[in-house]
Ligand binder design. Structure first.
Ligand code: CP
Length: 304
C-alpha cells in the first residue's frame, strides 16, 4: 500500500482492502502465538481523541506496542485544546514532536482529512462524525471472513441507527466491495437522507430483513447525537427493531451476530443474543488489534 493516510473505506481499492486483510491475518497469528514483532521499532504513534472510546483507542495502543512502536495519548479534556488550540495547530505540534502516526477521532466528518493535509505524519481516521470508521469496517470484514470462506453473496443486515452511524457507512463500503449483499433496516426516522445511494438495500420491516440473513449487525442507538426524538420509547424500539433470540429463527442456518459495540443490552440487542454462541462480538475486538497492526505497519513501511 502506498498511501500515507487511512481516511476511509470508500477510497480504498479492493486490492488495498485485500492487502490489509492478508497482513491482518498474519498479525492475528502473531497475537495468538504471542510472537513479538519489531517492524515499528523507533516509530511513535499518538492517539488524539475528541470523543470517548474504549475499544478503538486501546486496541490502537496495543497494536502499536505489539509492533515495537512507542505510544502516547492526548486526552482532549486535559490538553491545550481546552485553551482554544485548533486541530491543525495540535497536529503541527505532534508533527514537531516527530510523531510518525496520528490516530484521530473527531465529532466532525472530514476532520482527519484536514489534519492529513497539514501534517507529514500518517493520519488514521478512528471515527469522524457520521462519515467513516474505517478500521471498524476492516475488523468487521476480517471477522466475517473467519466464518465464511468468501463474502460473495453473503446476506448482511445492518439494523438500527443508520442515520448517525459512521460504522454503517464504512461497513456498507467494505462488505459490498467484497461482494456481500448488504441490507440496512431501520425505522424511516433513523435512515439518513440519500440512503438509497449508500450501496445497500433498504428495509423497514426487521422480520423481512432477517429472512435468510447470514450476518446480523445491530447498531447502538446514538442518543448523544440526537437533537430530537426518533421513536417513542426504548421499549417500542426493542419491540420492532431489537435483536431477540426469537427473531433470529428465520436467519440462515450459519448465521452470526456482530456488533461494533458498545452495546446497550435489552435495547438494540438482547443480552442472551450478545452472549450467545452465534455472537462474535468479543472476536471482533481481538481482530481489531490485528487489523490495526496491519494498518500501522502498511502505512509506516510504504513500498518496503
Ligand atoms: N466500536 C468502537 O468504535 O468502540 P469505541 O467507541 O469503544 O472505540
Amino acid at each position: 500500500m502506498k498511501r500515507k493516510d487511512l481516511l476511509g473505506i470508500k477510497e480504498l481499492s479492493k486490492s488495498e482492502l485485500n492487502e490489509i486483510l492478508t497482513v491482518a491475518r498474519d498479525m492475528r497469528d502473531a497475537i495468538d502465538s504471542g510472537e513479538k514483532l519489531t517492524t515499528m521499532r523507533g516509530k511513535s504513534v499518538m492517539t488524539l481523541f475528541y470523543e470517548n472510546s474504549t475499544r478503538t483507542r486501546n486496541s490502537f495502543d496495543a497494536a502499536a506496542k505489539n509492533l515495537g512502536a512507542s505510544t502516547g495519548s492526548i486526552s482532549v479534556a486535559t490538553s491545550s485544546v481546552q485553551k482554544g488550540e485548533s486541530l491543525i495547530d495540535t497536529g503541527k505540534t505532534l508533527n514537531a514532536l516527530k510523531t510518525d502516526v496520528i490516530i484521530l477521532r473527531h465529532p466532525v466528518g472530514g476532520a482527519p482529512r484536514l489534519l492529513a493535509e497539514n501534517v507529514s505524519a500518517s493520519v488514521i481516521n478512528a471515527g469522524d462524525g457520521f462519515n467513516e470508521h474505517p478500521t471498524q469496517a476492516l475488523l468487521d470484514v476480517m471477522t466475517a471472513l473467519r466464518h465464511f470462506p468468501s463474502l460473495a453473496g453473503v446476506k448482511t443486515v445492518i439494523v438500527g441507527d443508520i442515520k448517525h452511524s459512521r460504522v454503517a457507512r464504512s461497513d456498507i463500503a467494505a462488505f459490498t466491495k467484497l461482494g456481500a449483499e448488504v441490507t440496512v433496516c431501520a425505522p424511516y426516522t433513523l435512515l439518513p437522507s440519500g440512503v438509497d445511494g449508500l450501496g445497500a438495500s433498504v428495509e423497514t420491516d426487521l422480520d423481512r430483513a432477517l429472512d435468510g440473513a447470514n450476518i446480523i449487525m445491530p447498531l447502538r442507538i446514538q442518543f448523544e447525537r440526537m437533537d430530537q426524538a426518533y421513536f417513542s420509547s426504548r421499549e417500542e424500539y426493542r419491540e420492532y427493531y431489537g435483536i431477540t433470540q426469537k427473531r433470529l429463527s428465520s436467519c440462515a442456518s450459519d448465521y452470526i451476530v456482530m456488533h461494533p459495540a458498545p452495546i446497550n443490552r435489552e435495547a438494540e440487542i438482547d443480552g442472551d443474543v450478545a452472549d450467545g454462541r452465534r455472537s462474535v462480538i468479543e472476536e471482533q475486538v481481538t481482530n481489531g488489534v490485528a487489523v490495526r497492526m496491519a494498518v500501522l505497519q502498511l502505512l509506516t513501511n510504504r513500498g518496503e
